[in-house]
Design a protein around this ligand. Sequence first.
Ligand code: SER
Length: 871
Amino acid sequence: MTNREIRDAYLNFFKTKLHQIVPSAPVVVKNDPTLMFTNAGMNQFKDFFLGEALPKYTRVADTQRCLRVSGKHNDLEEVGIDTYHHTLFEMLGNWSFGDYFKKEAIEWAWELLTAVYGLDQDRLYVTIFEGDTDEGLEKDVEAFEFWKQWIAEDRILLGNKKDNFWEMGETGPCGPCSEIHYDMRADEDRKLVAGQELVNADHPQVIEVWNLVFMQFNRLKNGTLESLPAKHVDTGMGFERLVRAIQGKSSNYDTDVFQPLISFISEKSGIKYGVNEKTDIAMRVLSDHIRAVSFAIADGQLPSNNKAGYVIRRILRRAVRYAYTFLNFKTPFINELVPLLAKEFEGVFDELISQQDFVQKVVLEEEVSFLRTLVAGVQRFEAYAEKNTAVDGDFAFELFDTFGFPIDLTELLAREKGLEVDMTGFQQALQVQKERSRAATAIDTGDWVFVNDEEQAEFVGYDVLTVKTEILKYRKVTAKGKEQVQFVLSVTPFYPEGGGQVGDTGVLISEETGEKIHITDTKKENGLIVHFSNQLPSQLIGIFQAKVDLQKRIDTENNHSATHLLHAALKEVLGNHVNQKGSLVNADILRFDISHFSKVTEEELKQVEDIVNAKIRENIALKENRNVPFQEALDSGVTALFGEKYGDYVRVITFGDQFSKELCGGTHVKATGQIGFFKIISESAVAAGVRRIEAITGTKAAAVIREHFDLVHKLGELLHNPKDFVVTLAKVIDENSALKKEIEKSIIEKSLALKTDLEQKIEEINGVRFLATVVDLPNAEALKTLAYALKGAIDNLFLVLGANFDGKPSIAVVVSEHLSKERGLNAGSIVRELAKEIDGGGGGQPFFATAGGKNASGLGNAIAKAKTYLD
Ligand code: SER
């Protein structure tokens, strides 16, 4: 079977078991502070397990793209070195939300693997949870009993908490699990050592393919387990491993999932795969990493210097580094894999093929800039290696931190020069940095404390901005040393941050006590709407009035609706390739990022502005459809955003059927006229292929325009209200620079005239030609010119000049070169000493130095003191 057939067979099998097939969620996670990337198929269903939302279907199946490169599940360092871990992998999964449980999950897994895929029963092993006394958990006898119906008892192995109790993260849904392992060794090897002994023993040929999790608990922050309201099934099968088992290969990279990429790399590098371990690892790294990087970018995560963006940047750099060092790619190459990958995933994850050019461009730019750093880093290393006999930990860390050098690269370079790397020192430096960044971002979230037992009702803030509500639960959070409180309300008008729009602020007023609590922000966390405050009400039980800050909401809505108009206008002016790549909407500004490969010209910006303002003047009424089936919405022409996870029903916001139609959860004006006026204030680049437009609307735009008018008016007054402002100002500027030049000329002339005067005054003391005097010059430049002119004309000179520039005293000291050597006179130290007389300081070179001060009346003393250097 080809990998496509294998994937289809999985989905079809579960369709026959009445599962709804759903799309993969994006790999980039939003609305879940505990996760950066999707690390398991179950992430998108977390709310269903926790009972915080109700599923539409109780049985679903899918293939989910997952990334395990950060947090609790992190395989990055293994990737490429071994043959069965990946950064991005597909997880085939089937789920029961309070529907079937262990019996069916086990039975169907067995049926699929043996009857549909025809895997060899003699190579299969399963594990069950042995129990854990510390946690008070019993052995999973139930799973054992069900497995016994299909597989010999001696192939059912016991597993400990590490392997057989699955948890999503530090907190969240979890439960005992049963893993299915496949022994792919040759028959001779299997005869020598029984498969049982190699299960979960990191043997590259005896590997886990499927994990059946029986979700029963929620791990709380305090470490305890709480039973879930219902029992669920969450299974996850590593697609690439399954393909390998079915295709009978000894490495995931030998399957048709990776071979097209590997062949391409091999062809382009001129190096065969399967010949040399080092170059093989490099090819595996490239073919793996490009998948993670491409899908992360397609799902909206651009490489950057922090958080999720930094993880992606690091993965890409790891690939560039392997390509450069082992495959001899000294110019960008990895981006060329993008089209191949996009084609491979066509019809499976179309996000990539639809954005192929954009993704390739982003990868290319990253490659270009990292290759530059890499070359600079190697040079830095070489300079260091010339002077040192070992690589100390701090230097290895500098290469790692500043140049993005993984430690093994530094080791490699060091080995080539016969140097040792101080690994302990490196690890220590790394640890210090880790702790610093952990301390900077540490957020300590307490467990929810329940006040009321009701279900959270829907958001009502599309229709009303004040509502009576109750506190359902609260928790304390410490972020960067500051204590905060978070609430969940029974019903809320507060819009939770989303779709670029910031969260609402406002107040909660207790009807019992009259106490007022400020809501400083509102965010979504999975399905929950969480309100932030600095204060807990003294009485938690009872009715509260929740009131949204009205003006802020109105200003924000103006900007949000204007963003939709802007998006439509940009597509009209620039073309349909324009995709939204980021958006921020608050009360002050709207910021909109788009994929577009060149600067948006002034002319284009004007056209865009004109279209948006025309649409504002048309006063188009908002059309809001809250519950449109997703497909119907797509058919009607709305554009779904890449990287967003949409439900079965979506909200469609329309401003003019033929103009702007978007899937959007945000809040909007009732008619476009409310926006008042739209003004673009900047256009810039944010990343390769991404342009950023910032604009203002409504009262803010009015205020900014007034400011500009006032400014122009003031400038006009200064210029005596000319007819043509620009011509007059240009003339003033020209005149000004001509005058400046003339003044400079006359100053130089004056300095040179002084020179002749001063030459007469020089006296000779003990073979030194000496002069200390105050001169009348207007600025430092003139003083310097004079000093240099004298220095050039007279040998053995020790000269001290004082000047007063509009009350600011200044001193220049000149000492002829050989005088400073022979007599130990140093202009720098002399000027510092003399400057004390004028309450100032300065410095320079041994032959010329200057100082400035605050006390002009001290100039005389300074000049008098100069002679003492010749005593
Ligand atoms: N959540 C489990 C895993 O990731 C099974 O899907 O292994």
